[in-house]
Design a protein around this ligand. Structure first.
Ligand code: FE
Length: 377
C-alpha cells in the first residue's frame, strides 16, 4: 500500500506545505501562534486551577494530544471550547501530514498522539493504510456523521467537506455559459482558465477523482485540454486565482468554495472587493457532480487517552461545534443539523461526486504523472 504512493506521496506531501501555505494566508500564522503559546493569563489560570488533586481520580491531567496538519484558526477555537466544556486539555502538535504519519509510525506504541487530523481523503486513507489508526467506536459519531463521510472501518471520520468548483467573472461570464469541468477544456475558454500549480494537492485530488469517475484516458484528455486553455502559467494559491480574474488575467478559475466565503468576510478590503466580483458555479450537476474533498480525524492506534479522544471527536462532529466550524471556515459541515452560514445557504444544495475518498490517494501518483505529462506547471 505504501508503495502505491512511493515518490508520488513524497510529492503529495511536499505539496501539503504549499497547500497549507495557501490556506494560511491571513490566518495561518495566527493559528500557529495561538496554538503554540497561550497567553500568559491563560497559562496562569490553567496552572492555578488544574492542580493534580483536582484532576482525574488518578491525579493525572486530562488531555487529548492531536497531531494536526490542518492549520485553521477555527480548529484551535473549537479545541479551546471543548476544554472549557469538559476540562480536558487539547494539545495541538502541528506538521505536514507526511511528517505526522511518519512520526506516528516511528513512535509506534510509545506515541503520545491520540488523534490525527488532516485535510484530504486520500491522505486520511494513507494514514489508515500505514496502520497508525484504529476504529472509532461511538454511536454518537455514527449518528452525527453520515456513513459516506466516514472511513469504511471507522478509522477516521469527516469533520468538514469542501467543493472544488468553477468561479467566474460576474461582469464577463454568464453562468449559462458554464456547465462542466470537461467543458473548461473546450475552445470557448481558450486563454481564459486560471488555476494554481499541479503541486497543489487540491488539483491532484481533483484529477484523481476524474481518473476514478471517467477513466484514465478521459482524465488525460482533460488535463491536456485544460493546460491548453490556461490564461497564464499557474501561480499563487486559490485566492490568487480570484484576484487574477478581477485583474482581467482570465475569466474563470478552479477554486475551493471556502476561499470565497473567507475572502467575502476578510479583514482585507481588497479581498472582499475581489470576492464580490466573482460568481460561484457548481459544475457537473447533470453528470458526476462537483468535486468534493474531506477533512477528517483519525483515532491513533496506540492512543493513551482513548476515552477523551473519542469525546473530542464526538464534540467536533456535534451540531453546535459543526455550526461554529462552518461559520469560521466556510467549509461544509458533515453534520446535517449544523446551521450553515448564509452564503452557503444561498449556494443551495448541490450534487457532489460520490466516490470512495480513498480513491483520491490511490490515483494520486497517476494524477501527478498526467499533469507532468501535460506540462501543467
Ligand atoms: Fe485551503
Amino acid at each position: 500500500m505504501v508503495k502505491k504512493y512511493g515518490t508520488g506521496m513524497m510529492a503529495v506531501m511536499l505539496m501539503m506545505v504549499l497547500v497549507l501555505a495557501g490556506c494560511g494566508a491571513g490566518n495561518g500564522n495566527n493559528a500557529a501562534g495561538n496554538a503554540a503559546s497561550p497567553s500568559p493569563s491563560q497559562e496562569a489560570n490553567a496552572t492555578a486551577t488544574e492542580t493534580p488533586s483536582e484532576a482525574g481520580n488518578d491525579g493525572k491531567e486530562q488531555v487529548v494530544n492531536v497531531y494536526t496538519a490542518r492549520h485553521y484558526d477555527i480548529d484551535s477555537q473549537l479545541y479551546d471550547a471543548f476544554t472549557q466544556e469538559t476540562g480536558i486539555k487539547v494539545n495541538e502538535i502541528k506538521g505536514t501530514a507526511e511528517e505526522l504519519v511518519e512520526r506516528l509510525k516511528r513512535e509506534g506504541e510509545s506515541s503520545e498522539a491520540d488523534l490525527f487530523v488532516t485535510v484530504d481523503g486520500g491522505v486520511l486513507n494513507y494514514a489508515k493504510q500505514n496502520g497508525v489508526l484504529q476504529p472509532i467506536e461511538s454511536a454518537a459519531v455514527d449518528s452525527q456523521v453520515p456513513a459516506e463521510l466516514r472511513d469504511t472501518d471507522n478509522n477516521w471520520v469527516g469533520i468538514a467537506t469542501r467543493a472544488r468548483v468553477i468561479v467566474y467573472a460576474k461582469d464577463r461570464v454568464k453562468p449559462e455559459q458554464l456547465s462542466t469541468y470537461e467543458d473548461l477544456a473546450s475552445e470557448q475558454w481558450k486563454g481564459k482558465v486560471l488555476v494554481r500549480s499541479s503541486s497543489s494537492l487540491y488539483n491532484q485530488s481533483l484529477l484523481a477523482s476524474f481518473i476514478e469517475l471517467n477513466g484514465e484516458q478521459a482524465a488525460e484528455a482533460w488535463t491536456k485540454g485544460i493546460v491548453a486553455n490556461f490564461a497564464r502559467d499557474p501561480e499563487g494559491g486559490d485566492r490568487d486565482q480570484a484576484k487574477a480574474i478581477v485583474a482581467g488575467a482570465g475569466d474563470v478559475a478552479i477554486m475551493n468554495t471556502y476561499y470565497v466565503g473567507q475572502m467575502l468576510h476578510s479583514k482585507e478590503a481588497e479581498e472582499v472587493k475581489v470576492a464580490e466580483q466573482i460568481g460561484v458555479f457548481f459544475p457537473n450537476q447533470d453528470t458526476t457532480g462537483a468535486h468534493l474533498n474531506i477533512s477528517g480525524v483519525g483515532l491513533v492506534k496506540h492512543s493513551k487517552n482513548k476515552e477523551n479522544a473519542i469525546k473530542l471527536i464526538e464534540y467536533l462532529t456535534s451540531a453546535p461545534a459543526q455550526t461554529k466550524l462552518t461559520q469560521g471556515s466556510y467549509e461544509f459541515p458533515v453534520n446535517a443539523e449544523a446551521e450553515k452560514p448564509e452564503l452557503l445557504q444561498e449556494w443551495g444544495p448541490f450534487k457532489a461526486q460520490t466516490l470512495d475518498f480513498a480513491k483520491l490517494g490511490e490515483h494520486n501518483k497517476q494524477a501527478v504523472e498526467l499533469m507532468n505529462k501535460a506540462g501543467w506547471k
